[in-house]
Design a protein around this ligand. Structure first.
Ligand code: DGL
Length: 267
């Protein structure tokens, strides 16, 4: 392992910070390198082929910067590009998938909602996931345009958030779901607002904590965990954006709950 070689975490924008947060809380000593592909955000309405090409470009760039592993902290990019990334990159690639399996196990009334982007819901990976884990439950998939944009502004509560959420959640309420999968890494930041609208009888499930555990397990099994011991310092996270760092920084810091040094890159 290269000294200080980071775990790279990548998303179309700021949503992947929900996964970086899980990684950082499970392994504060691990150096993280975050890339927000803000210039191309949102990915969710783009053709899968375009997301695939872009993800590979970003993945190669991050490996070029010395990343020890790549966490694709984006359900849309994982759905479109995970196989291609694994075939082409010389480091472990860990991806997201909507938490349909735990949701199917958790539901009491057999009705599950999946909130995700249109790209995620249309990918073959999602189809396979449904086939493998959701055969005995009724799943209502809900594309959620507008939510990514709110989170990119760092806006996670208040009237505007509720206004955008209400019509998106209505079909899930009508379907009587008792369990909702947050199938896009931006949505955990809207968790409280979603919970408030859906009410206390509905369980919300996200994949970030499990993906963080899996990432650390893989590095552990390869003997490439960053050495930690008593007195080990918390690692800093490097934050890169393909957008305008001056615009991105305030929202990123609001979501990360700590100061970040945000650097703009041309990619
Ligand atoms: N946060 C990403 C996801 O998990 C991407 C959202 C988007 O860019 O549309 O799907």
């Amino acid at each position: 392992m290269k000294e200080g070689s980071p775990i790279a975490v990548f998303d179309s924008g700021l949503g992947g910070l929900s996964v970086a947060r899980d990684l950082h809380s499970q392994a504060p000593e691990e150096p993280l390198l975050y890339l927000a592909d803000t210039r191309y955000c949102p990915y969710g309405g783009r053709p899968l082929e375009e997301i695939r090409e872009r993800s590979l470009h970003v993945g190669r760039y991050l490996v070029g910067l010395g990343a020890r592993a790549l966490v694709v902290a984006c359900n849309s990019a994982s759905g479109a590009a995970l196989e291609v990334l694994r075939e082409n990159l010389p480091v472990p690639v860990i991806g997201m998938e909507p938490a349909v399996k735990p949701a199917a196990a958790a539901t009491r009334n057999g009705s599950v909602g999946v909130m995700a982007t249109a790209a995620t819901l249309s990918a073959d990976r999602y189809e396979r996931l449904m086939h493998a884990h959701a055969r005995n439950v009724v799943v209502t998939g809900q594309a959620c345009p507008g939510l990514v944009e709110l989170v990119e502004e760092g806006e996670t509560e208040g009237d505007r958030v509720r206004q955008v959420l209400r019509p998106l959640l209505e079909p899930l309420e009508e379907a009587g779901v008792d369990t909702v999968v947050l199938g896009c890494t931006h949505y955990p930041f809207l968790r409280d607002a979603i919970a408030e609208i859906m009410g206390p009888g509905v369980t919300l499930i996200e994949s970030g904590p499990a993906v963080a555990r899996q990432t650390l397990r893989i590095l552990e099994s390869q003997g490439s965990r960053f050495p930690a011991g008593p007195g080990t310092e918390r690692a800093k996270m490097r934050f890169l954006t393909t957008g305008d760092p001056i615009r991105v920084a305030p929202a990123a810091e609001r979501l990360w709950l700590a100061p970040l040094k945000v650097k703009g890159i041309a990619l």
